[in-house]
Design a protein around this ligand. Sequence first.
Ligand code: FES
Length: 573
Amino acid sequence: MTTKYPKRRSQAWFEKQDRDGFVHRSWTAKPGYPQDSFDGRPIIGICNTWSELTPCNSHFRELAEFVKRGVLEAGGFPLEFPVMSPGETQIRPTAMLFRNLASMDVEESIRGNPLDGVVLLMGCDKTTPSLLMGAASCGLPTIGVSGGPMLNGKFHGKDIGSGTGVWMMSEMVRAGTMSQEEFSEAEACMNRSAGHCMTMGTASSMACMVEALGMSLPGNAAIPASDSRRNRLAQLSGRRIVQMVEENLTMDKVLTREAFENAIRVNAAIGGSTNAVVHLLAIAGRIGVELKLEDWDRIGREMPCLLNLQPSGQFLMEDFYYAGGLPALMAEIKHLLHGNALTANGRSLAENIEGAPCYNREVIKPLEEPFKERAGIAILKGNLAPNGAVIKPSAASPHLLTHRGRAVVFESIEELREKLDDPDLDIDENCIMVLKNCGPCGYPGMAEVGNMPLPTKVLQKGITDMVRISDARMSGTAYGTVVLHTSPEAAVGGPLALVRSGDIIQMDVSKRTLHLEVSDDELARRKTEWTPPPRPDRGYAKMYVDHVQQAHLGADLDFLVGSSGAPVPRESH
Ligand code: FES
């Protein structure tokens, strides 16, 4: 049973002249609003992931005020509401466990309330996909406003990037080339302003995805959080969402197959995070666009990386903004994008990026002289990853992209940590590190531990990279020759579970292969000896492992795939 809404959805709440209408209006007016403040106006929800437990989003209360200004200026009525905010740096066991939970919160908060359009305030890694996923399952007119990156980190006269600098400096401490005192000093120098990680990590990648998908106003991705132009963009987005409601510009008109193909190409051109793979697959699943893991390779494989940003390169998001930001980069590859894709401002992508200037060719390289050739995410397949595994060649060491080596297996992240500094660990730089049980079910939540630290005895030789394979994800700020998202994962009995130390693994990224040199008979025999690891037995974690899909499908919960739209058939007032 569905309810037919009048012209605007919120009128089903506020136009009633009975007891229910009394309740809806009277309580909404409680702060002191005259009834004509909201009666008859488009009601705009501001979906806010502000939280002091999500430091990347801690400026979102102020940002929301600018959105409200814009909504009011355009004749709408803004209502801000909180949703779960999984902060990357604090929450245990891993923020990804809660991406789907937060998306449920978003979906039900939007659907259950008298909203005609929604502004999504998102920043830290998981807050962007969870809000897009939840909103997509409702499908109202929706616009995204990212929180913006932090200013460049500054340490001893040099720029340091969030995340990337942590991985690098912690390895330097372990290798004995940086003191503990210097390492501690860097803490205050790296994260020194409002905003999310300012490397091309997952937060920045997803902000670029929001813009490339057409879900925001042009320029959204790169404006630093503390630049007043971020507030201006928030205000303009507030104005625009009111128009989007009038135009009935719903999410499905923006999030088309062409929009996702644009995003995949842009992710390659920015040297974006591998996490964008699972997030875009999940978002596409919600909006009903058929997107497959293989599409990432097919659509993105020939794309060059034009952006010289950490972790693949040198600069940071602040530099990217001053160089022209994402419009300038997309203008460089405009002939490779679907220019007719509709965007949130009602114009096509081609119109938005037409003539976008680049002010710094060190940061945004021209297409004829790219920063890296063929930088799209590669999907490897073979008997070790029948459903695929992911590698980011632009962040890998070229000499390791074709490699055959002896596996050194860690059954869990705890075993890895325990053995990493052991001088008796039988490992050298030619070995392949294999980590199991860190996938969606295994961790649970598919932790960002795939960029395993190198063993101390290898680091001390001056080696900085080895081939590493796991069913985990890695931080978008990380780098190395790291094979991720191996599917099916070890915890559900995928071939990864059957690898043993001493086995030989062959990887050839140019041929997209990942092969375990063990016979099928031997693997079948090992499977009979395999026992699954323990699983959570109550609460959300149980629901998650009972329903989470594998990485190659986007790691969404199976019952959340798709959309229920915006109607609510019943009310209880
Ligand atoms: Fe929030 Fe990096 S920790 S974006």
